[in-house]
Design a protein around this ligand. Sequence first.
Ligand SMILES: [Ca+2]
Ligand SMILES: [Ca+2]
Length: 241
Amino acid sequence: MRRVVLCVVATTMMVCVASASAAAPANDNFADAEALAGPAGTLSGTTIDATSEPEEPCDFDVWGCGASVWYTWQTAATTTTQVSFDTCVNSYDTTLQVFTGNSLATLQIVTEDDGGCFRGSRVDFAAAPGTTYSIRVGGYGTSAGTFGLQHPSGNTPPPPTIDTLIGSVEALGLPSKLEGGLLKKLNVAQTKLEIGKVVAACKRLAAFIDQVERQRGKKIMDADANALIDEARAVRESVGC
Ligand SMILES: [Ca+2]
Ligand SMILES: [Ca+2]
């Protein structure tokens, strides 16, 4: 079986994890699109073992509608600015599409391309501030492979708040007793913050992290626990814990 080696470069070390190719990329589905924030650059992606969703708007009578992965992006500019995305370097035979809209069923095409740079693709469009664009990378026909996606600088989203953390907990559909316990800690933290008691708020946030950690792999799936803890740590940082 072909295996994919994923490497994460940390500040002081490189960690490589081998995973079976049967796993679809994390951004296979529209709902799991990877946000492109921060400086312009080129990232490595793959559509190997990716799928095409039933409602996917592949308006490609000629190009086909095979494996795809998704990204979201907002311009970092404060005025409407012409931008470009491409898969011109280190890419299989890709297609690129840009949409607006919040769900597969309501997507509106902005622009699309197949062979703007030989087998790679290139799109240019006028990006409006505050608009989230969905970027679909797919293959010509049913082809799949790895690609380099060049993207412009993206708007960095604001840091999470206790309110967004509450929304993240509620979205998980946890058992009511566990959800109630977690939300109570966050609500108390919010109240403490509002009256300027930062230390007390930090303690409640730490207790929240502890409770999530205790339920990791039990009533909270590993990935969900990681996401909640990361978000809670970011909240702690932003309030000055
Ligand atoms: Ca897909
Ligand atoms: Ca192409």
